[in-house]
Design a protein around this ligand. Structure first.
Ligand SMILES: C[S@@+](CC[C@H](N)C(=O)[O-])C[C@H]1O[C@@H](n2cnc3c(N)ncnc32)[C@H](O)[C@@H]1O
Length: 207
């Protein structure tokens, strides 16, 4: 595939972090969204598809990063613990989370679902619901593509070039999430960074 060399270099935590800094800069940054989505995290929190860095605010408690890329996990788990948070890492697939039912106070996933086809993404959502305690919080953030090219030409092009091959429209993502995680979702759509990328934040409290 034409872009496979570029996608391979992104497997390196250093390259990945540099690209994230460039694409995430300018405009409205994700900081505010992260604060709204993850600022209240408490207890034992699972970060699914965690990548190499802790982008979202760290919880008060214990943070467990899960990713298929061992290099990312090594980097993520070696982040310096602060007084309020201990970080651990596990190499595993989001579609088969290696923890018992009702183990976590919160599960969140940031910019991961567009890397998974519908079947895998559905299993990942169901897994997060399964390992969440009753009353626990599930927070999903993902980039989405504009419905039509003319609604956001640059964002459409960047979505088409993204390493994740399953960037969905907001409507399609919402349908998928509701199908595999039924409940009363709170949903917020926004645009961020200089290319005016579109994102959706979905939050569910497990009954
Ligand atoms: C765009 S990165 C997002 C990383 C991080 N959440 C962040 O916000 O910086 C997507 C991540 O999903 C991970 N990933 C892809 N497929 C996965 C799977 N099946 N299970 C777990 N993680 C996966 C990748 O290794 C990568 O770290």
């Amino acid at each position: 595939m034409a872009w496979s060399w570029l996608y391979r270099t992104l497997e390196s935590p250093r390259v990945y972090n540099a690209v994230q800094r460039v694409l995430g800069a300018g405009g409205e940054t994700l900081d505010g969204v992260y604060r709204r989505g993850f600022g209240e995290s408490r207890g034992t929190v699972l970060d699914v598809g965690c990548g190499p860095v802790r982008d979202a605010p760290v919880p008060t408690g214990r943070l467990v990063g899960l990713d298929v890329n061992p290099q990312y996990i090594v980097r993520y788990a070696s982040a310096r613990d602060d007084a309020s948070c201990t970080t651990l890492g596990v190499v595993a697939s989001a579609a088969a989370v290696p923890f018992a039912d009702m183990s976590f106070d919160e599960c969140h996933t940031v910019a991961v679902l567009h890397h998974l086809d519908d079947e895998l993404a559905g299993r990942a959502i169901a897994e997060m619901v399964r390992v969440l305690k009753p009353g626990g919080r599930l927070a999903l953030f993902d980039m989405v593509r504009p419905e039509r090219f003319r609604d956001g030409p640059l964002a459409s092009i960047l979505c088409a070039l993204d390493r994740g091959e399953h960037v969905r429209t907001a409507a399609r993502l919402e349908r998928l999430v509701r199908e595999h995680g039924p409940g009363d979702w709170k949903i917020e759509s926004f645009r961020y960074a200089w290319p005016r990328l579109q994102g959706v934040l979905m939050i569910l409290r497990k009954p």
